[in-house]
Design a protein around this ligand. Structure first.
Ligand code: ACO
Length: 428
C-alpha cells in the first residue's frame, strides 16, 4: 500500500507520497506541492532535501556507515585497487577479469596529454594554485576531445570517463612539476595507476623514482576512500552542471572548483596548516580547541564535523590506523601525527564537540599521510580530486541515464524589496 503524509494549511490539505529507501529512510515527495498548494519548501543549504534517487553510495551518518554499491568501505581497505573501485562505482558492479583488463588498457592508452594541452602549462604562472590548473585543464579536455562531448552511447561515455580518470593524474603531476621548475615526466604505461602518478611526480630524467609498495598501497587506499560520498557539495555541483546536459569534462571541472573550498576538500590543507602552526609553537592544541568553540572567532577545527556524519567518519577511522602502520613501516616519525592525536583526544572529551556530535572527518588524517609520501600541501586537494573523479563520473552517468531527471533548478523565498521604480541618475 502506498504511504502518504498529510500537509494542512489554512483549511486546505494535500496528501504527499512518502517513498522508502532501500535502507528504510523515508522521503516525502513534495514535487507536486507548488502546483497543488501554491507553496514551496524552504530548506536552506539543502540539509534535509534529497535531490535525486541514487544507487551508488549509501551513508548512515548516525552509525558511521559508508558503502559503495552496497559494499562496506572496510572491505575495500586491503584488497581491491582503485581502478577496480572506479569501475564498480561507474558501471554498478565489480568488473570481471576481462572488463578490468579492458578498462585498465583504456586508461593506459589515454594517459598522455595532447601536445596542445601540454604546451598550455608553459603559460601558467609557476605559483598558480594546482586546483585552478586542474579545473581549467579538465575543462580544456573538451577542446581536444570534441568527439566525446555528446556521450549518449555507452562506448563513447566509457572513453570519456577513461580519458578523465587517466589524464587527471598526468595533469596533476605536470602542475606540480611546473610549480617546482622541474622537467615534465611522461607517464609510464608499464606502471599501475598509483605507481604511475608517483613516478610522474617524483622521477627525474634518467633516475626513476623507486616506488615503495607501502606508499603505493597507502595512496591507492586514499584514492579509494575518497572515491565517492553521495550528494556532497562537489558531487551535487557535478550533477547540477550535468543536469543542463553539459558534457562530462565541463561537469567534472566544476566539481573540482567546488572541492577546492576549505569547508569541503580544501579542509585537508587547512588541517595540516593548523598542525604545522602548532608544531612551530605558534599555537597550543588547547588554544585551538578554545578558539574553535569561540563564536566570536572565525577559527574552525578543520578536519572535524560533517553535515552527514554525527559519528566517527569511517574513512577517518581507517586512515588513523593506516597512518600508524605506514609510519612504522617506512620508519618515519611526524610530530604532526602526535599533535593530531592530541587534538582529537581534547575535542572528543569536550562537551562542545560531544554535544554537537563533531568527530574527525576524512580530511583530519589524510594530509598527514600524503605528507609522509612527499606530496606537498598544495597538492592535497588535487589528490582528493583524483580519488573523487570516479564518483563524479558515476553520478553524472546515473543522472544522464535517468529518464526522470530534469534540469536542476531550485526555488527561492524572495526577501528583497517589492516593485520599485527606476530612478534616473540625477534623482538618486
Ligand atoms: N569546529 C568548530 N565548530 C564546528 C565545526 C568545527 N570544525 N564544525 C561544526 N561546528 C559547529 C558549528 O559552529 C555549529 O555550532 P552551533 O550549533 O553552536 O551553531 C554546529 O557545530 C553544527 O555545525 P554546522 O555548521 O551546522 O555543520 P554543517 O553541516 O553546516 O557544516 C562542515 C559541516 C562544513 C563540515 C563543518 O563541520 C566544518 O566547517 N568543518 C570544518 C571543515 C571541514 O573539516 N570540512 C571537511 C568536511 S568533509 C569533506 O568535505 C570531505
Amino acid at each position: 500500500m502506498s504511504r502518504t503524509a498529510k500537509l494542512t494549511f489554512e483549511g486546505r490539505e494535500i496528501e504527499l507520497p512518502v517513498e522508502e529507501s532501500t535502507e528504510g529512510e523515508l522521503a516525502v515527495d513534495v514535487s507536486k506541492l507548488r502546483d497543488a498548494m501554491g507553496m514551496v519548501t524552504l530548506d536552506q543549504s539543502l540539509a534535509n532535501t534529497a535531490i535525486c534517487r541514487s544507487e551508488i553510495t549509501f551513508i548512515d551518518g548516525d552509525q558511521g556507515i559508508l558503502r559503495y554499491r552496497g559494499i562496506p568501505i572496510e572491505q575495500l581497505v586491503d584488497r581491491p585497487n582503485f581502478v577496480e573501485i572506479a569501475w564498480l562505482l561507474i558501471f554498478g558492479h565489480l568488473p570481471n577479469r576481462d572488463e578490468l583488463a579492458a578498462f585498465s588498457e583504456n586508461l593506459s592508452n589515454n594517459q598522455l596529454l595532447h601536445e596542445g594541452l601540454r604546451h598550455q602549462f608553459q603559460h601558467i604562472p609557476v605559483d598558480a594554485p594546482p586546483m585552478a590548473i586542474l579545473s581549467a585543464m579538465l575543462n580544456n579536455l573538451a577542446c581536444f576531445h570534441q568527439e566525446l562531448l555528446s556521450v549518449d552511447d555507452t562506448e563513447q561515455f566509457a572513453h570519456a570517463a577513461a580519458r578523465l580518470i587517466s589524464k587527471v593524474r598526468t595533469i596533476a603531476a605536470f602542475s606540480y612539476r611546473r610549480s617546482r621548475g622541474l622537467p615534465i615526466i611522461h607517464p609510464d604505461p608499464a606502471l599501475r595507476y598509483c605507481a604511475n602518478f608517483l613516478h610522474m611526480m617524483f622521477s627525474v630524467p634518467y633516475r626513476h623514482y623507486v616506488i615503495d609498495p607501502e606508499i603505493e598501497d597507502a595512496l591507492n587506499l586514499i584514492f579509494i576512500l575518497h572515491a565517492d560520498h553521495e550528494q556532497n557539495c562537489s558531487t551535487a555541483t557535478v550533477r547540477t552542471v550535468g543536469s543542463a546536459r553539459a558534457n562530462l569534462f565541463a561537469s567534472c571541472a566544476a566539481g573540482v572548483c567546488a572541492l577546492w573550498g576549505p569547508l569541503h576538500g580544501g579542509a585537508n590543507v587547512e588541517v595540516v596548516r593548523m598542525l604545522e602552526e602548532i608544531a612551530a609553537g605558534g599555537l597550543q592544541p588547547e588554544e585551538c580547541i578554545r578558539m574553535a568553540k569561540d563564536k566570536q572567532s572565525n577559527f574552525r577545527l578543520y578536519g572535524f564535523g560533517h553535515r552527514v556524519y554525527k559519528n566517527y567518519d569511517p574513512r577517518a577511522k581507517i586512515l588513523r590506523d593506516v597512518c600508524d602502520r605506514v609510519f612504522t613501516r617506512i620508519q618515519v616519525r611526524d610530530p604532526l601525527l602526535d599533535i593530531a592525536r592530541k587534538l582529537e583526544e581534547l575535542a572528543l572529551a569536550d562537551s562542545y564537540f560531544v554535544d554537537r556530535k563533531l568527530y574527525p572527518n576524512v580530511d583530519f588524517y589524510s594530509g598527514i599521510l600524503l605528507r609522509a609520501m612527499g606530496i606537498p600541501t598544495n597538492m592535497f586537494t588535487v589528490c582528493f580530486a583524483i580519488g573523487r573523479l570516479p564518483g563524479w563520473i558515476a553520478h553524472w552517468k546515473e543522472q544522464h541515464d535517468d529518464p526522470a531527471s530534469r534540469i536542476i533548478r531550485p526555488r527561492q523565498v524572495y526577501i528583497g524589496v517589492k516593485q520599485t521604480d527606476y530612478a534616473p541618475m540625477n534623482e538618486r
